[in-house]
Design a binder for this molecule. Sequence first.
Ligand SMILES: Nc1ncnc2c1ncn2[C@@H]1O[C@H](COP(=O)(O)OP(=O)(O)O)[C@@H](O)[C@H]1O
Ligand SMILES: [Mg+2]
Length: 236
Amino acid sequence: MAAATLVEAKRIARRDAQRDQVLLHPTDFTLRAGQRVVLTGPSGSGKSVFLRALALLDPLDGGTVHWHGRPVAHGLVPRYRRHIAYVRQRPALIDGTVEDNLRYPYSLAVYRDTAFDAARVRSLLDAAGRGSDFLARATAELSGGEAQIVALVRVLQLDPEALLLDEPTASLDPESANAVETLIAQWFERERATRATVWVSHDPAQAQRVGTRHITMRAGVLDEPASAPVAVGALR
Ligand SMILES: Nc1ncnc2c1ncn2[C@@H]1O[C@H](COP(=O)(O)OP(=O)(O)O)[C@@H](O)[C@H]1O
Ligand SMILES: [Mg+2]
């Protein structure tokens, strides 16, 4: 049985209107359940622009994103972003405790159908090597690595289908980077038939660990080796 197509981008494009510059050339990209994609490429080549466009975080200047075979209509975007979750390099946390941050999503309309699950959160924190005393820590006192763990647990507790990971360990110490990788690997392995990741990484050793499908980005164009099982058109 062919793996389900989670996301299919058709000729999505982004431009900088102010400078009249193309940021992302019309790009086709398909993400199937079970895939672990690694995206590399020089700084400024458009990796973040591409991931943010795929997550429908920034308005597209062309093309469409399909989710389970249907175009994502405007009103569906919040639900889409819940399931196809973008994780930033530098997490944005609210003031307060770790627990305040983990509870925060449930105050939003799009998560009204779910509730904070303390046991679930404890097991995720445990996978990241943090005890339940971590919940009471003030976010202002967290290291960058601890903040990234909070941001990731905040996303994972909501059961996303796919993670779009934008250099999530790039500024972390090795111990925290390891905890982040472990958390993501455990989440993926638990239901690999329905989940997928796209991981931007500059670290070749990490790219080998976290990806099986390797794509390079250059000047706003995706380039995937032709031998790869799924063709990606990076059309100009
Ligand atoms: N919102 C934006 N408006 C205008 N230019 C942008 C915007 N976001 C990114 N860029 C530009 O697009 C190019 C690609 O950026 P980015 O995707 O962040 O690169 P990277 O591959 O390092 O992630 C850069 O030249 C950047 O300055
Ligand atoms: Mg980037």
